[in-house]
Design a protein around this ligand. Sequence first.
Ligand code: PLP
Length: 448
Amino acid sequence: MSHRVQKDLVSSLKSARLDFGLTQQQLAKKTGIPRTTISKIEAGFRNTTLNTMLDLAKAVKLDLKLVKQEIFKKAKNMERSFETLNNIYIDSSAIIANYNFFKNKFPDHQIWPVVKSNAYGHGIEQIAQIMKKAKPEFMIVDGYYEALKIWKINPQQKVLLIGALSPHNYQNINFTKLSLSIYDKNSLGYLGEIDKTINIHLKINTGFNRQGIKVDQIEDFLEELKKYNNINLEGVMSHLTSADEVDDKFVIQQENQFNKALDIIKNLNFHPKYTHLSATAGSFTAENKTSNAIRLGIGLYGYNPLPDNHKKYKQLQVRPALTLISSITNIIDLSKGETVSYNRTFTAPKSMSVGVIPLGYYEALDRKLSNKGYVKLNEKKCPIIGNICMNMTIFEIKNSSAKLFDHVKVISANHSDPNSVLNMAKQAETIPYEILTRINQNIRRTII
Ligand SMILES: Cc1ncc(COP(=O)(O)O)c(C=O)c1O
């Protein structure tokens, strides 16, 4: 609760006390709260806790439910009324359409949204909110803190954690709706000590050589697993290295290894409910005959990971959901020959107007886009000029009517725009994944 809201409430409590004709001394006697505390609260003492204030409200016979409603209404309004100059808008219809596209395309597979790294920059809470109605069996995260964020929005959502965890944390983890991707025998020992059923998805290393056990280690792992009655082999998984390439040789090789692993597991009399190998690209480029779930990351957010010369490229039809809008906070007229920003990498070739947006490489713009990238102002493309700063970027104004606080589109959801994630990634010599996941978590995300 913000201090201003607290202050408002304090003044209404004070007037309520006066309405009831109570002195601070009398109120202290009635509530057991020391008079000095009451006096501090009424003076707007900063560390007043919500509970103390509610105790006070009770003492002066205020309707507690109304008081609580009022507090939260005020807090919410205050949050909303604080206008931010950088804003992200998430198009929920695009996210739902992309999810349904994969669901319809692969009816024999469950589709599990991958929401790690702040849902690829889209906001994990926002995506959990949008996905609430679609009810995917699992959402996939990298760290436990991400699972906690999902449960804040939807306590019923099952989560599969695929990142690394220190086994020392297992005792502090809520396993009710959580499954873990596991592949080392050491972790089994720790999990075996927990007095609860633990669902694990065994990760097989079919050639990525990053996580998982190799096919010839499976028997040994399952022998160990048999020692722990509380650990359930709920799933078996692997991950493809090159599903987004035209040459499918290594996909076939990895899928063969995966199928071999599944046979071994079955022959050892384990029958995991879920098997999953493919992410977005692999859903189109692997056979997926022995799997029943797809871990959908980049495709959910509207980006096609296949190269445009891939024969399946056109079949994968999704649309981006994220737009980042900033606002002009300064306009400067340059004369021919004047320079811009750190190290003066841009010199005005003629007199021109430049605009400043309060957003730099800390917020969203890869510094490689200095003197290279574009923003859009009133649908006109405007080049970024000079070096991108930590929290500010300068661009050439191409519209003579531009004024302070006009909106500037920094990231466009339209692939053909020069400031689409795809084009930004090309210009910055990286991949859309990096552009998206680097968008600062502090920028407000609004679902539209
Ligand atoms: C194990 C695993 N599965 C699925 C995904 C999602 O991949 P994509 O975004 O290409 O769909 C990732 C992404 O990093 C991953 O590491």
